[in-house]
Every structure is written in C-alpha cells, then in structure tokens.
Design a protein around this ligand. Structure first.
Ligand SMILES: [Ca+2]
Ligand SMILES: [Ca+2]
Ligand SMILES: [Ca+2]
Length: 398
C-alpha cells in the first residue's frame, strides 16, 4: 500500500516539473568552478555555432550545416529555451553562415560570400526583410581552402571582418592576399579599409567595455616543429616535444595599422620554426605586435566575450574564452571555458571556469562561442555535444 502514492506522484512531476527543453543534463565528469552552476538551456540544435541576443532577450544561433539562424525563446522565463524557430533559412552550408550581431534593430550575419542584415517587420518571428550589405566581390575572400570562417563586428558606424589563413601558415607577400587581415567598411558597404594584418584565424571580434578597442583570440599554428621532430604525418610515432607546447594561442588587442606576426612570428616575438631561414624573418619580427595574453598551444581558442555585467564577482571587464580543443597536441588541451582576468585594461591571469576534459582524455564537449545573457549569466555553445550551456554565479554575494 505504501507504494501507491509514489506511483501517482511520478507522472505529475514529469509533466509539471520538467519541460522538454530542459531535459538534457550536463554530462557526468564536467568540472565547474566552485561557486558556479552549469546547466543545459538548449539541446535540440544540431551543431550550434555563434550566438547573439536581441533587445527582447531572444537568442539567435547560427547553424552552418543547415544554413540557418534559429531564434530561441524562453517563454516561461526559467532560462531554458523551449521554442526554437527559424529566423533565417535556406543559406548554402558551404557559405558557412557564422557570425551574428544585432545593430540598430537589424541582425547582421556573416557568410563567406556575404555580410547581410535581416529584420522581422511583421512580428511573426521570421526575417522578412533581408538585405545584402557586402557581397562576394567586396569582401576579402574565404574561398576555397583553409580557415573558412568570417568574423563580424559592427562598431561606431563601421563593419569589421576577417577571414583566416588559406592554409596552416601561408608564406606569401603580405599584400598577396586579403586573408589574414581585418578589413573595415562603412555600414553601407563603401569605404573599404585595411585595419590590421598578420592574423591566422580570429573568428570573432569584440569591443572591450568602456573603450573602442577591438580584441580577438587567434588560433595558433599547427605542426610548427614537425620538420625538426622528424614527424611526417598526424599519426607518425616520432613524437612532438616542441609542437605539443608551441606556439601559444593568442588574445590580441587589434589596433589600426598593426601587424600581428602570422605566419612568420608566433606568440611573443618567437620565430615560427617553419621559417627559421626566411630572409625576411627579422623584418617581420620588427613589424610585429605581441599578443596581450597567451593561452595553451592548440587549445583552439575560438571565441570570446568581455563581461559587462555585475552578476559575476569582479567579472566586469574580464574576458571569457571558448576553447574548443584542437587536434595537434599529443595530450588533449582546451575543451574548456576560461576566464582571462583584467586589471586596468590589461590581462594578468587566466582560470578555467568549465572543463570538458575528463581524466585528461575523454572530451565531453567543445565550447564554440560565448555570449552574455540578459540576466548576467554566460551562455556558450558546444557544436560537438549539440548543446547550449548557461554558466551562472551562485556563490556568496560579494
Ligand atoms: Ca524556459
Ligand atoms: Ca516576419
Ligand atoms: Ca600573432
């Protein structure tokens, strides 16, 4: 007789307490910094990439493989998204729809062959006014090989964009390609200007709070020491004592007219070992600007935000970095969300906030992009685990 009440209770709990959108749990073994809570807020989107919020708190997520931007709504205000509907669709997967940003009521979005903007004018939640701002002829190309991702930033009447190196480390005159550079345009697509160069692959550009400074994280070169290490291919057994730890991933403050070293200079003014005999190596070194901060080699620092809220103790002005984890290190590295601590506008330390690497070997997720949610928590996408996570400070009030 004692079991009867339980049998009656269970279905009620399932129906009333757990909306389907919040069914997914954080995988067992994910480490979260003390004082923080990690939850899954969306788990129906396949390979969620980059994200942006509109002023009403709707979350927009780019999905490259499906050529879509999805709008996610939290209808009951519990932080998880039970409604996911297409805002933009029908874009070729090959055009890699990735970067998204709201500006003046428009959702700007970047593909390899275009930067466009979209608006929902009739309130049905779907874009019905879509305009191409920059087309394939205007843009630095993303075709046909290599780091085919287009960064997008709109700030103070300018559009900033970048497409990374067409290979791992392309040795060609600086002027030979429009890749590996940041370009800027007026909002109407006119007035193309070179902004910065010597960049390998920076997929997102952001503004540091209270400034007009443009920052980004840059993926480091792969296979740097292979020739010296006698390593011929990915699975060759020779080992890679140098390559495993070099060069570092970079957090860069991109300034107008500056050169950031790639491919000849890596990390903090270190020659790229592939080009140790390059006749212009010292010329490039003298031109180069150092990263503001360096991160672990091959962590695949993919995206960042600067935190502007007050819900994370001393968090305002710190950077949070989605590190996807790369293929080139023997021991797995990255697979985490890290926080880069800032004081007086300069980074001085880094700490892991969430770690998806279990026992140094098993990977439980790959942070891809991060954004600040309207409630002051941090959301990040995981395009291998098909989830969007929320990280929230729940520790002592400070
Ligand atoms: Ca909800
Ligand atoms: Ca509409
Ligand atoms: Ca650099």
């Amino acid at each position: 007789m004692k079991r009867t009440p339980l049998l009656f209770c269970l279905p009620i709990l399932v129906v009333a307490g757990l909306p389907s959108s919040n069914a997914a749990e954080v995988p067992d073994g994910v480490w979260v910094r003390d004082g923080y809570e990690l939850t899954v807020v969306e788990d129906t989107i396949k390979k969620p990439r980059f994200m942006a919020f509109d002023k009403d708190g709707v979350l927009y997520v780019s999905v490259i493989a499906e050529g879509k931007i999805l709008a996610c709504r939290d209808k009951d205000g519990d932080g998880s998204y039970e409604s996911v509907t297409p805002f933009i669709e029908g874009r070729e997967a090959a055009t890699r729809l990735q970067g998204v940003q709201f500006h003046n009521g428009w959702l700007y979005f970047a593909q390899l062959n275009a930067i466009s903007r979209a608006k929902d004018t009739n309130g049905d939640g779907k874009a019905d006014k879509v305009e191409e701002v920059l087309g394939a002829d205007d843009l630095p190309t993303g075709e046909p090989t290599g780091h085919r991702w287009r960064a997008l930033l709109i700030h103070k009447g300018r559009i900033y964009t970048h497409v990374g190196d067409q290979s791992n480390a392309t040795d060609e005159p600086i002027d030979a390609s429009e890749r590996k550079k940041i370009w800027s345009f007026a909002l109407d697509g006119s007035d193309k200007k070179l902004f910065a160069s010597g960049i390998r692959n920076t997929e997102k550009l952001v503004i540091r709070p209270g400034t007009d400074e443009i920052w980004g994280v840059d993926h480091d070169v792969d296979m740097m020491g292979w020739e010296m290490e006698g390593k011929r291919s990915r699975n060759a057994p020779e080992g890679q004592p140098i390559t495993d730890h070099n060069p570092p991933a970079e957090l860069n403050h991109y300034e107008e007219g500056k050169f950031y070293g790639h491919p000849w200079i890596v990390g903090k003014m270190m020659p790229n070992l592939m080009f140790i005999d390059h006749p212009d190596l010292m010329k490039y070194a003298r031109m180069s600007s150092n990263p503001a901060w360096t991160m672990a080699a091959h962590c695949s620092a993919n995206s960042l935000i600067f935190y502007r809220g007050n819900k994370i103790p001393k968090g305002h002005g710190d950077a949070f970095v989605a590190q996807k984890g790369g293929w080139n290190a023997t021991q797995k590295v990255g697979y985490c969300l890290s926080r880069i601590l800032f004081e007086d506008g300069r980074p001085y330390g880094e700490q892991k906030m969430v770690d998806f690497l279990k026992d140094g070997e098993e990977t439980l997720g790959r942070p891809t992009d991060c954004v600040q949610a309207p409630d002051g928590s941090i959301l990040f996408s995981d395009d291998s685990g098909n989830k969007i996570y929320r990280l929230r400070y729940v520790g002592k009030k400070t």
